[in-house]
Design a protein around this ligand. Structure first.
Ligand code: CU
Length: 131
């Protein structure tokens, strides 16, 4: 499972790097020769029953996520660290609602999930990479 996650992470990282090539507003100082800018912000969709994107990557530590519930029932977004501690979360959003959450996350691999009973088991789980 770890190897599969790692492979997925690398693929997601490559996708994110390409997507970010258009340039985000991050604009931090001396850009390294070949390093594409990577966003600290991501848009995260919740639906019945998945989190989109399943795996995504942002640069930290300051991060923000625009969480929107595209499903027909309530959902929320929880982010847990490797130890299982909740490090960020949205409130529970009714269908159609959204919330932008901000936080500071050290580099690492995090689990994203919906904390409502049964939703994670139904498929509302994913991976967030911060570097
Ligand atoms: Cu949910």
């Amino acid at each position: 499972v770890v190897n599969r996650l790692l492979a997925a992470s690398m693929a997601a990282w490559a996708l994110t790097a390409v997507a970010a090539c258009g340039g985000t507003a991050a604009g931090g100082g001396a850009a390294k020769a070949s390093a594409a800018p990577v966003a600290f912000h991501a848009s995260v969709g919740l639906s019945d029953f998945k989190i989109t994107p399943v795996t995504f990557t942002v640069s930290g530590p300051a991060v923000s996520f625009a969480v929107h519930n595209d499903g027909a029932i309530s959902h929320n977004l929880y982010i847990g660290d490797a130890a299982g501690m909740v490090v960020m979360h949205s409130r529970t959003l009714a269908a159609g609602q959204s919330e932008t959450i901000r936080g500071s996350l050290p580099p690492g691999t995090y689990t994203t999930y919906c904390e409502l009973p049964g939703h994670e088991a139904l498929g509302m789980e994913g991976t967030l990479i911060v570097f």
